[in-house]
Design a protein around this ligand. Sequence first.
Ligand code: ZN
Ligand code: ZN
Length: 309
Amino acid sequence: MISGEIKVMREESHMWPASANVFLVRDRDGAILIDVGCGKEEKFNTLKNFLNNEGLSLRDVHTIVISHAHPDHMGAMGFLLQEISPRIYLHDFEIPLAADPQLLNQTFDYNLAKRRGSSESNPSLENINVLDYFAGLCPMSSSHATNAMTDGDTLCMGKFRFHVIHTPGHAPGHVSLFDPDSGVLFTGDVVGKVVAWYSPSSGGAIGYLNGLERLAKLNARIILPSHGENIVMAREAIERTKAHILQLESLILQTLGDRPLSFMDLCGKLYPKPTVQLFPGPQLLESHLIKLEQEGKVIRQEDGLIRKR
Ligand SMILES: [Zn+2]
Ligand SMILES: [Zn+2]
């Protein structure tokens, strides 16, 4: 159905640090890309070859839509902008992050373990800079935006009219795109083969689950995720993602049991691996504690310990 209309430059692996899938939609004026992949020169060359195989060159790309400002989705912008000046669409909340990727350190909540009193003394990890960490794996670059996207906008691309759906949790201004006529749904990182990490500053569990609720109501016929193969069982994939997130929440409550625990003790019980206790363990846990506190299911005592209500 969509094979002739939307082309994809797919990564063989869907596991980090894989570059995100790059989607190509053609229209009368040339080509539109959804995401551009990470900032490795060989990836950029693969992108150029991909376009050439479609009878296009980089100069035909007049518009780029970025699902969110993470390195695997927009790192290649640095290379692209040396050669072309396309229209660039980013959600309002992602525009400052794309312009100054150092701000990603805040949205990843990297220092959460430290803030929550981690006894693990590992300065090299605690003072980690997201961009340094990504540099060798999947380099990031900055980009300006020419057009701000917001929830409810419509993007016309060839025969498609994509509705912009704000789906935060994994990134503050992460967007999904849905075309009601064809039933095509781009989910970026929020629905795919694996469930993406989420953090409080990126929208947390509340944002993620709200976004999934909205996606579930769309009656999508096919999901085009940023990592992995297309998914024809769209509704099931959305429900599976939701179930996975709620399962972690049950596990948190179960692990808390009847006695109060410190944040890092709780984190350690959920995630025995030391590196996960720095990322994304604390980020996932804090995201759920915020939700559970709001729902009156847990309480943070004055001594900092967390208990069930
Ligand atoms: Zn991402
Ligand atoms: Zn990604």
